[in-house]
Design a protein around this ligand. Sequence first.
Ligand code: GLN
Length: 483
Amino acid sequence: MHQMTLAEIARGLADKKFSSEELTKVLLARITQLDPQLNSFISLTEALAIEQAKAADARRANGESGALLGAPIAHKDLFCTQGIRTSCGSKMLDNFKAPYDATVVAKLAAAGAVTLGKTNMDEFAMGSANESSWYGAVKNPWNLEHVPGGSSGGSAAAVAARLLPAATATDTGGSIRQPAAFTNLTGLKPTYGRVSRWGMIAYASSLDQGGPLARTAEDCAILLQGMAGFDQNDSTSIDEPVPDYSASLGDSLQGLRIGVPKEYFSAGLDPRIAELIQNSIKELQKLGAVIKEISLPNMQHAIPAYYVIAPAEASSNLSRFDGVRFGHRCEHPKDLIDLYKRSRGEGFGAEVQRRIMVGAYALSAGYYDAYYLKAQKIRRLVKNDFMAAFNEVDIILGPTTPNPAWKLGAKNSDPVAAYLEDVYTITANLAGLPGLSMPAGFVDGLPVGVQLLAPYFQEGRLLNVAHQYQLNTDWHTRTPTGF
Ligand code: GLN
């Protein structure tokens, strides 16, 4: 039962082959049995899951239908869940029970999805390896000595290990696409503003975007359908109609213009990954796509710009965790300043403290123009590169990451080495564009992802291309040994 995709579950439930309650119990037992190896969950919500599953079964018995009605999922632990711990992977929020549901959580619950639990993540979504979580590192089911990617490493590891079919995640600089690549999943970062950020604990507000992690493009379409849409509670959410993402999956790729940026194939890219990317290009050519070389000349400036903008926004967003209103509070503070200092010093881990310091520095008087303002100018250049490219092509294709998943601990002493791994993903966040990663093969037994980028609000096109590719390849069907 645990091998089923969301689409298969929807058909099975509609055909009354099993109930949501039965399936939910099977998956909860599987998580209890196998997750100690992975550490992919921070909280299991068994009672809520059984209650939601029974309610979904009752709704189906009353004649209701829907792809998510009775479908088991989990939420990255930065989506607020009413009355349930929402930790953001941090000691700071270990004691925080959200007083309300995030819009994404509420929408999926209304569609009948069943929440099995809250997944592990890098602390405040800062990281690319899921090693900065206060709840401990997450392991990659393809090789337990390797990282699953981050920051949505818990959602990725759990779905890859068939503990559940799909999960929510967020992507500020790659945190949906990179763990998808590292664990052989399909993950989609929507256009900025497509999915509401209300109740999604903020890291870098102008870059953060929620989206689906699943095994197939077909399942990403189903989950995205439940997440997307305008929300008046989020002033950056966009009032554009949500298309039927499943309806366009079958469209032909005949004549599709795919741009391949020449800058992507530089010295930093593992040649074995480059070869797999070339194979995926050939596969898409067989399906009728036309390849064109393009250029994204400002790409090399994106990492430094991102690592100024994201920490700057983080330093502002995280100032609310002051030990007064919610979250960790130190024991016996001497005075207010001592309360702030020790609560934050004890509650935040090293990577979060590093980002707050960098961000506060970049925003400080005298440095703002040199760092923050300059980074914003680079951001515009990166966006302009994409706008020029999309005048000539329909999608852009390349690797998701320059290397496969590294060994646990391998980059702990060198944060910049980890930042450099984000080279292919962060440009989409800087520009606000949608991006998808899908399985493209293996290197040393570790999965490799190919990334597709599209113009604003063209999530349907990304899902269509990925689905057609998955109808003709079987990388996405491979299962890690032991799971
Ligand atoms: N690795 C990037 C960072 O640490 C991206 C993380 C994310 O997308 N949440 O900022």
